[in-house]
Design a protein around this ligand. Structure first.
Ligand code: GDP
Ligand code: IMO
Ligand code: MG
Length: 437
């Protein structure tokens, strides 16, 4: 990045999610005033560890854990009020207070209990063809948004408007649930009372988040945008249909926060030193079972939202290069390098082959037969890296591997993460100004 003191940055996942975005946002937030989510919902699971405590956040931006930072849930999100209140309770109990610094967009869409029921019904009915969603109602809620029958936070906090909207949409939901999925119907009066009560609790935090962000920006506040999921789960650019239902790339900040994308100074991509994916869908560099098990155990690769074991494999440079280009990534943070510490060699998928033809990006659709992979092999370092705090402390083969990822993607490496704790981070150059002491 050319500017020495950028005011805004975004952090996005460059793979299929779970790259360690939560940890990196937490580290970067030290130098920020505000952090905003712009898409997704409680399908996200962002883990932050410090001071012997672990926090898993689904809807709240990870920056909320830093006292005094403003946390904004943008209009592009789909918010489940019950989950949000439970998450707030959990962090209040941990002694982290959010009064006066949590802001929820009045235009964000609300995940209703019928969205969760539809998600479950559809997945169950799909059998072997299921997506493997998080069952958080994400797809059905974004469907309603696109179909212009979604209920937004503005309606949730206005009991009369909420009743009018529910009266309009609930008969169709109940018919679908009963006739297509054999699921119980929702009672209008009960649902209205429950949701109105949740809305009343959230109301004090509800604002026009676009205006709030514009004001912060004009006053010189340093703002970080926190992506959820990853570039390969983007509904347009990912491995469709095995994707989430939102755009996960930085372009979504424009529409998902009402914040001009051209005012974002740096796009920081988080890349795990290997690859994981939860749920179904193509994964060309997936490891054979014994190696996948080893990576899963060393990396603690179990879903932060659903607890499902994550599928594990090698870094896929073809997919990463594509993600870096389409998401406009400027710099990279490499995480979970320590997970590879014991391996004698490290492989990277550098391209795919179909017969004699080289294909260097993920195809639009994957037939049954996976593509042949072209591999590059790196020597392992077989030394623990968890205590390294400077780039020079890392073993030479590890530095070479990291430098190669930077060179192959054309990105500066900003940080290297060598463990889950906040302290286990090697900062090569802070993309955001540090807070003056
Ligand atoms: P996110 O969804 O991108 O925020 O990532 P998750 O929190 O779902 O998954 C990342 C997991 O790896 C969490 O359990 C983190 O605590 C952990 N983690 C993050 N960075 C590192 C690292 O550098 N090394 C190790 N061993 N674990 C890490
Ligand atoms: P974070 O922010 C990993 C995956 C699901 C499924 C697909 C669709 O923690 O990186 P959805 O519930 O969104 O309709 O599921 O997307 N998925 C994630 N995988 N990390 C996530 O979030 C994910 N959010 C959704 O497993 O394959
Ligand atoms: Mg996660």
């Amino acid at each position: 990045m050319s500017r020495s003191a950028p005011q805004t940055a975004c952090v996005i996942g460059t793979q299929w999610g779970d790259e360690g975005k939560g940890k990196i946002v937490d580290v970067l937030c030290e130098g920020c005033d505000a952090v905003a989510r712009f898409q997704g919902g409680a399908n996200a699971g962002h883990t932050v560890k410090f001071g012997g405590e672990t926090h898993v956040l689904h809807l709240l931006p990870s920056g909320i854990l830093r006292p005094g930072k403003q946390a904004i849930l943008g209009n592009g999100m789909v918010i489940d009020p019950e989950t949000l209140l439970a998450e707030l309770d959990a962090i209040h109990q941990a002694g982290i207070h959010t009064e006066g610094r949590l802001f929820i967009s009045d235009r964000a869409h609300v995940v209703m209990p019928y969205h969760r029921a539809l998600d479950k019904g559809r997945e169950e009915r799909a059998g072997a063809d299921k997506i493997g969603t998080t069952l958080r109602g994400i797809g059905p809620c974004y469907e309603d948004k696109a179909a212009r029958r979604g209920i937004r936070v503005a309606e949730l906090i206005d009991p009369a408007a909420l009743k009018a909207w529910l009266s309009r949409v609930l008969p169709e939901k109940n018919a679908l649930l009963a006739h297509c999925y054999g699921a119980p119907a929702f009672d209008l009066e009960t649902l209205w009372r429950e949701q109105a009560a949740l809305g009343a609790k959230l109301k004090p935090a509800v604002v026009n988040a676009g205006e709030l962000l514009a004001g912060l920006y004009r006053r010189g506040a340093r703002i970080l945008f926190e992506g959820a999921q990853g570039a390969l789960l983007d509904i347009d650019l990912g491995t469709y249909p095995y994707v989430t239902s939102s755009n996960t790339c930085p372009s979504a900040i424009g529409t998902g926060c009402g914040f001009p994308v051209r005012r974002i100074d740096e796009t920081i991509g988080v890349v795990k030193a290997y690859t994981t994916r939860v749920g179904a869908g193509p994964f060309p560099s997936e490891a054979p079972p014994a190696l996948a098990d080893l990576l899963r155990e060393r990396g603690g690769e179990y879903g932060a939202t659903t607890g499902r074991p994550r599928r594990c494999g090698w870094l896929d440079m073809a997919a990463l290069a594509r993600a870096v280009w389409t998401a406009g990534v400027d710099s990279l943070v490499i995480t979970k390098v320590d997970v590879l510490d014991t391996l004698p060699e490290i492989k990277v998928a550098v391209g795919y082959r179909r017969g004699a033809d080289r294909v260097d990006h993920l195809p639009a659709s994957f037939p049954e037969e996976p593509p042949a992979i072209e591999w590059k092999t790196f020597p392992g370092w077989r030394r623990p890296t968890g205590d390294c705090r400077r780039f020079e402390d890392l073993p030479a083969p590890c530095r070479d591997y990291i430098a190669w990822i930077g060179a192959a993607t054309g990105c500066a490496i900003r940080m290297v993460s060598v463990g889950p704790d906040r302290a286990q981070t090697i900062v090569l150059d802070r993309p955001l100004r540090a807070t003056p002491p």
